[in-house]
Design a protein. Structure first.
Length: 132
């Protein structure tokens, strides 16, 4: 899967086309997304292994991709100043793929918003957004 491969928005994802995984996201999350027919790639595959977090947000937004991360500080910055579509996995890393799969439908719902940060926990999904 490449960041340039998708030409059509994903069903249920609004205008989004794919998912970019931050450096700290385990391979099991990618496996879940691919098993659900979502295109995804890592920051390293995009040549962004050493870039600052904010540049990941800008890159993901330019590719119409949602960005998934475990980074709490990064996610709190995006909550205060949303850039694109940011998904914060706020759960134990070893449970991430199961939590993502369990809540995927609820995660997809707010992705039609212009700029949104979505917190995903074992208990559910909380979106914050700002109008476009």
């Amino acid at each position: 899967m490449t960041p340039h491969g998708t030409t059509q928005p994903r069903p249920g994802w609004g205008a989004l086309r794919a998912v970019l995984l931050d450096h700290n996201v385990p391979a099991s999350v990618r496996g879940i997304l691919i098993s659900q027919s979502h295109e995804c790639w890592t920051a390293a595959e995009a040549g962004l292994a050493e870039v600052q977090d904010d540049n990941l947000s800008v890159y993901a937004d330019s590719k119409r991709a949602a960005l998934i991360t475990f980074d709490r500080e990064f996610s709190q910055r995006r909550r205060e100043n949303p850039i694109g579509h940011h998904i914060w996995l706020s759960c134990p890393e070893h449970k991430a793929s199961l939590v993502l799969l369990e809540h995927l439908a609820k995660i997809l719902e707010p992705l039609h918003r212009g700029h949104v940060t979505i917190r995903v926990t074992e208990d559910g999904v909380t979106p914050w957004s700002r109008p476009v």
